[in-house]
Design a protein. Structure first.
Length: 230
């Protein structure tokens, strides 16, 4: 795969997630000891071609340490649960208990306890009426863009970078962070009006493509470099 220029004097190479590749047996095999699968970032060399995503549910400190020992690279989310609390296990157990209690009292509650392949995530988002993200804080909130790109209305917190992504009243509804009553009211508003939710979803997809698609990001980056060069 050819390198791609990502900045002045810097190049990068595209990578794949596990659901995007397939290993097909060939007629010939090689001894793994005779093949180098190492990769490098600046002066840092890694023997294992694996970079673990910085997601709370995937990378704990123990997981990151183990991946590092094996020769790969694991990244923790500095805004995530594992770095905000000394021991997040009781909080994770509390969330699980609350969900179990809700499922016992009513139907229609589905708990997805594992990472899903990208195709399945797209299917879930495109078939959803509303996507909710009641974050206390988000630097940007890529998941909002993913939902918008799938044509789904978003109900999110008015915090961090979320208002830069979600246009309140146009592609979704913004509510105060940490307040359950406005969140519930916004969700009920859109769930009771599927046509409005669908219209917001379509507007969200147009916004995601026009302002956050690769072509738009590349143009903004080129403009920034041009401005800095003067």
């Amino acid at each position: 795969m050819a390198d791609v220029e990502i900045g002045r004097g810097k190049t990068g190479r595209g990578a794949y997630t596990l659901d995007e590749i397939g290993i097909v047996p060939a007629r010939r095999t090689r001894d793994p000891e005779e093949v180098s699968i190492a990769w490098q970032i600046d002066a840092y060399r890694f023997d294992l071609p694996l970079m673990a995503c910085p997601m709370d549910s995937v990378v704990s400190p123990a997981t990151a340490i183990q991946i590092g020992r094996l020769g790969g690279l694991a990244v923790l989310d500095l805004e995530g649960l594992w770095t905000r609390y000394e021991d997040p296990e009781p909080l994770l157990a509390e969330v699980t208990e609350l969900v179990d209690g809700l499922r016992a009292s009513r139907s229609g509650v589905v708990w997805i306890a594992e990472m899903l392949p990208k195709r399945e995530v797209i299917q879930l988002l495109t078939h959803a009426t509303v996507f909710a993200i009641p974050s206390i804080y988000e630097p940007l909130g890529i998941v909002n863009l993913e939902a918008m790109a799938c044509g789904t209305a978003v109900v999110g917190s008015r915090t961090g970078g979320i208002p830069e992504v979600v246009a309140d009243g146009e592609t979704g509804l913004l509510v105060p962070a940490g307040e359950p009553e406005p969140l519930a009211a916004a969700l009920n508003t859109l769930l009771s009006d599927p046509d409005r939710a669908a219209a917001m979803g379509q507007a969200g997809r147009k916004r995601a493509v026009a302002e956050f698609g690769w072509a738009a990001i590349a143009a903004q980056t080129a403009d920034l470099y041009a401005e800095l060069a003067h």
